[in-house]
Write a protein that binds this ligand. Sequence first.
Ligand code: AMP
Length: 231
Amino acid sequence: MQVRYMGQKEAVLFLGPPGAGKGTVAQSWREKRDIAYLSTGDMCRTHIREESVLGKELDSYISKGQLVPDDLISRMVEEWLKGIAKSGETLLLDGYPRTAPQVHHWLEMLAKHAPEYTSRVVFFEISLQMVTERLTSRMICSNVSCARVYPGGSTASTNDCTKCGASLLQRSDDENEVIRKRLHVYEQNKAALLAAYKKTNTLVTTFNVEQVAYADMFTQFNRVFTEQSGS
Ligand code: AMP
């Protein structure tokens, strides 16, 4: 059996509903190791802040809780991949692929630009009730270069980021009605996404996060990720 560990040429794809803890694990991982990280949600929000034509188009989907069209998001990911494919670092994608067509786009672009990489999915499994509770209390740091996530809201006595001191805010798409829509979209795509991974023999590691406290998230992730390595 071939055992693969973090640090080898793997493209790790985080799959799970918003609020499952993907960003929290990614944040800890990035603090500990050099990895090439892409959050497609953050990438979209950067364009929106810049108020570019692309940003306005992206906002028209995101503000309603809809997915950005597959071709558009895949083109953006491909640009990123072309830029970092030669670095040799582990790749970590948070929030992409999100639909079955995106799985096929991803595998094609990886074969084209970084054929030495193998894709591996980590599926964050959690009930919709739990993520709804988490999302409604979630806060994020307003400083975009910090962007620390506070899953259960602020724990400090002030409403400031404990890392950089900037004020915390709620993401506009964490508002109740938009959350409901985002979770619905996630549920609609989940089965087809998992089927696409099965069909393409992509390794899927299930990480059950229902009972995992945020403070233990990365330790538990490491354990599950390493135990389920192999092909
Ligand atoms: P996130 O921060 O990952 O929850 O993403 C926020 C929003 O960005 C989503 O609700 C979508 O509108 C958009 N988005 C992010 N990634 C994708 C993707 N892979 N496909 C389509 N839309 C995306």
